[in-house]
Design a protein around this ligand. Structure first.
Ligand SMILES: NC(=O)c1ccc[n+]([C@@H]2O[C@H](COP(=O)([O-])OP(=O)(O)OC[C@H]3O[C@@H](n4cnc5c(N)ncnc54)[C@H](O)[C@@H]3O)[C@@H](O)[C@H]2O)c1
Length: 254
């Protein structure tokens, strides 16, 4: 898809990867709507890109519906929707239901809610583009963060399902799966993913890869190309991959 003149919505656009996506899309000539829980942050990014800002809680269906309706009223039909907002924290099977529920809603159900409103409109209009920000954790796993790994796997599965189901309606889907990116999520993640900082890249590098992938309408976006190798290992030698991850966990614990 050529981004020039298109209407793009970026959730989680106040910070990190989302802010870099908003700036990169605007540089390609798109009109950008920046949506985030953090209203002042969204307003600052929107001002920088000549776009508009929305205070949105993506974990709520009504908030997604209001976002899409209002953007379409102000800027016109949404061409590209980036379900990018996400949260990360450590957790396990011992975590309370509230933790599982919160991450499930923010990281995953938000994609379903947005798609629920967008797909019928896109089907009627003959096309649209859905970008899902997952993570390498959605293809592999995330040591010490069960909810994050599980919700990001769900994001990948849903993006694949959308791509398969609606391609013939002109709907395109990309799924962004980076490892460490230098944003507040990584800075606040603590020791659990400290090792990811050694290979971390900037949000601007990620955004440049996303712009190229959208131009090519390519599904899987891997800003860390080595993730493709890790995923192949997981698929071709599951026992060896599991043992490798256990060993990495032991090494990190010292
Ligand atoms: N930084 C990394 O290392 C990394 C790696 C892989 C994937 N990701 C994913 O990239 C996405 C963006 O993360 P980031 O690294 O830019 O982090 P970030 O913390 O800089 O940005 C996340 C943004 O999402 C917003 N947000 C959180 N909950 C929200 C909600 N309920 N409604 C609306 N907005 C909400 C936050 O206010 C924040 O502005 C996330 O989905 C994250 O899981 C990040």
């Amino acid at each position: 898809m050529d981004l020039a003149g298109k209407v793009a919505v970026v959730t989680g656009g106040a910070s990190g990867i989302g802010a870099a996506l908003a700036k990169a899309f605007a540089a390609q000539g798109a009109q950008v709507a920046v949506a985030d829980l953090n209203r002042p942050g969204a307003e600052a990014v929107a001002a920088a890109v000549g776009g508009i800002a929305f205070e949105t809680d993506v974990s709520q269906e009504t908030s997604n519906a209001a976002l899409i309706d209002t953007v379409e009223g102000v800027l016109g039909p949404v061409d590209l929707f980036c379900a990018n907002a996400g949260i990360a924290f450590a957790g396990s099977e011992q975590s309370p239901d509230e933790d599982w529920d919160r991450m499930w809603r923010v990281n995953f159900l938000s994609h379903v809610y947005a798609a629920r409103y967008l797909i019928p409109r896109w089907t009627e209009r003959g096309g649209g583009y859905f970008l899902a920000t997952a993570s390498a954790a959605g293809l592999l796993t995330n040591l010490g963060a069960a909810q994050y790994a599980v919700t990001k796997h769900a994001v990948v599965a849903f993006a694949e399902w959308l791509s398969i189901t609606y391609a013939d309606d002109g709907i395109r889907v990309s799924c962004l799966c980076p490892q460490g990116v230098l944003t507040p999520i990584l800075e606040n993640a603590g020791e659990v993913i400290e090792f990811l900082r050694t290979t971390a890249i900037t949000p601007e590098q990620v955004a440049a890869d996303v712009v190229s992938a959208i131009a090519e309408e390519q599904f899987l976006i891997l800003p860390h190309p080595e993730v493709a190798r890790y995923e192949q290992r997981r698929a071709s030698d599951r026992e060896g991959w599991l043992e490798g991850m256990r060993q990495l966990g032991r090494n990190l614990k010292g």
